[in-house]
Design a protein around this ligand. Structure first.
Ligand SMILES: [Fe+2]
Ligand SMILES: [Fe+2]
Length: 188
């Protein structure tokens, strides 16, 4: 089992050049780590799933996540990580077998959405409340690429109430503010 963050980071940089995709991976990592703490699970491992879930997106956007899965299998990553990566893409029709897989699905879009909200705030994370994220979710013109229904349905699947879900993500991301809000994140 490969659970080493350094190895995952070097694999990520080997396959991804885009700064925005790297930032997205780091944001999803931060949320996965926050959720692992919340659930009392393996923080390092859940973080790695976040780091690697879009590994192939830059080179193979049309074959995502299949190309990534090939790389991750070759690198010896365990079945539970493979399932989570498969499960975060709807077109794969892969049942999300673990809480880790359901968490990845629930934090993927919302992590980038929260960062997008933070970037338009003068005070960034300082004083950021759940209700202002909810307000932006209702504003269909803001970050319109983000699928609001997916955010709500994935939180329900995870069994977490949306207010708590957004709060956990805010907390997780704000710990990494310096890394995450320096430049814009793509909304993947
Ligand atoms: Fe993806
Ligand atoms: Fe993603």
């Amino acid at each position: 089992m490969k659970k080493n963050r350094e190895k995952a980071i070097s694999l990520l940089y080997e396959h991804v050049e885009s700064n925005s995709l790297i930032k997205h991976a780091l944001a999803v990592e931060a949320s996965m780590r926050g959720y692992a703490k919340h659930f009392g699970e393996d923080v390092e491992y859940w973080g790695i799933v976040g780091l690697l879930h879009d590994l192939d997106y830059e080179k193979y956007p049309d074959k995502h996540p299949e190309e990534g899965i090939k790389i991750l299998k070759k690198e010896g990553y365990p079945e539970s990580l493979i399932n989570a990566v498969m499960g975060h893409v709807d077109s794969m029709n892969t049942p999300r077998l673990t809480k880790m897989a359901r968490t990845l699905y629930a934090v993927d879009e919302l992590s980038s959405f929260v960062i997008a909200c933070v970037l338009v705030r003068p005070t960034k994370f300082e004083g950021l409340k759940v209700k202002s994220i909810k307000k932006k979710l209702k504003d269909k013109a803001f970050a319109r690429a983000v699928d609001r229904d997916q955010i709500l349905m994935s939180a329900e699947e995870l069994g977490i109430e949306i207010t708590e879900h957004i709060q956990i993500i805010i907390n997780s991301l704000s710990e990494r503010e310096k890394e995450l809000v320096k430049i814009n994140l793509s909304l993947i």
